[in-house]
Design a binder for this molecule. Structure first.
Ligand code: PHE
Length: 341
């Protein structure tokens, strides 16, 4: 066999090997087999020194050409396998940009928040401003300053969470009245929303609930002003046919005191499940500010008078949305909350 024939056979074998190779991981094996130290081509090169000197350059050239050829074949194979691998990767990772996205559920305001904001906006449109006070109160602001001395039986009206001797969770928003009167001179016109706490827990009571307090102090304020404002408020919150009814009541910080009923917004006074057949729904406590309370806040009761009211936000939300059990307002079941979007 001539040298040329030997070389052709090696190149042909390499071409077959490269042709049969289907994996990138086999490429280095090919290199070792055809170009490595114990490969046939290297053996040929080694045998070169037995050739006569004048034949060596031509033979060396043949072997080198063969090596370049095999190298090129392997490189080409490597490139094509790599390209195939890249294609497979792109295919498996491909994004379908035409696929529909997943909708993100949008939150909504809690019904109590909706009602609170509506109530506040009615009062601010009537010229009231909004004030806040602390939820952790002193006995002084929650009771004594509101004309409820220690051991007064009126304290039984509001069961209390005590945090210490004189520190408690406020049982109503009325202490904000005292803060506002201490910090402002009449005329005063404020509404004070906030959380309040009492140890009650059933279908119509929760240990934490929200109230909105109202306070107006000016010259010549009477019970009639209270009724006018509340009538205006009720017609805005429910509908223009809503009627307001006062029943005598008792609160130590107002004199006279009233319970305020609104005609039932569901049956319009005929009597239904919501108003328990009476046609009226009790929504708030109110009255003319007790002069003793004014005095304690350094407001001259000879010159000024005022009215105050307090209402429960959950209770109004229940009436407005026909919710029978208060607990559902605190469970945060999204199926319920979604209805208020
Ligand atoms: N603070 C009273 C309550 O929680 C309500 C009220 C407020 C009554 C203002 C009269 C005046 O029961």
């Amino acid at each position: 066999m001539t040298l040329q024939e030997k070389i052709d056979a090696i190149v042909a074998a390499a071409a077959d090997g490269v042709g049969a190779c289907g994996e990138l991981s086999q490429i280095s094996d090919l290199k070792v087999k055809f170009l490595g130290k114990s490969g046939e081509l290297t053996a040929l090169l080694r045998g070169m020194k037995e050739l006569p000197a004048e034949e060596r350059p031509a033979a060396g050239k043949l072997v080198n050409e063969a090596r370049d050829k095999i190298n090129a074949l392997i490189d080409e194979k490597f490139a094509s396998l790599q390209a195939r691998k890249e294609q497979e990767r792109l295919k498996s990772e491909s994004l379908d940009v035409t696929l529909k996205g997943r909708a993100v559920a949008r939150g909504s305001l809690h019904p109590c928040t909706l009602v609170k904001e509506e109530i506040l906006s009615i009062f601010t449109s009537l010229g009231f401003s909004v004030a806040h006070g602390p939820e952790v109160e002193t006995d002084y602001y929650n009771f004594r300053q509101l004309n409820i001395p220690k051991d007064h039986p009126a304290r039984d009206m509001q069961d209390t969470f005590y945090l210490g001797n004189d520190i408690l969770l406020r049982t109503h928003t009325s202490p904000v009245q005292a803060h506002v009167m201490e910090e402002n001179k009449p005329p005063i016109r404020v509404v004070c929303p906030g959380k309040v706490y009492r140890p009650d827990d059933d279908a119509t009571h929760s240990p934490m609930f929200q109230q909105i307090e109202g306070l107006v102090i000016d010259e010549n304020i009477t019970l009639c002003d209270l009724k006018g404002i509340l009538e205006c408020f009720a017609k805005e919150l429910f509908d223009k046919n809503t009627k307001v009814r006062f029943r005598p009541s008792y609160f130590p910080f107002t004199e006279p005191s009233v319970e305020v009923d609104l005609s039932c917004s569901v049956c319009h006074g005929k009597g239904c499940r919501i108003c328990k057949g009476t046609g009226w729904i009790e929504v708030l406590g109110a009255g003319v500010v007790n002069p003793r309370v004014l005095e304690m806040s350094n407001i001259d009761p000879e010159k000024y008078s005022g009215f105050a009211f307090g209402m429960g936000i959950e209770r109004i939300a229940m009436i407005k949305y026909g919710i029978p059990d208060m607990r559902i307002l605190f469970e945060n079941d999204v199926r319920f909350l979604r209805r208020f979007k």
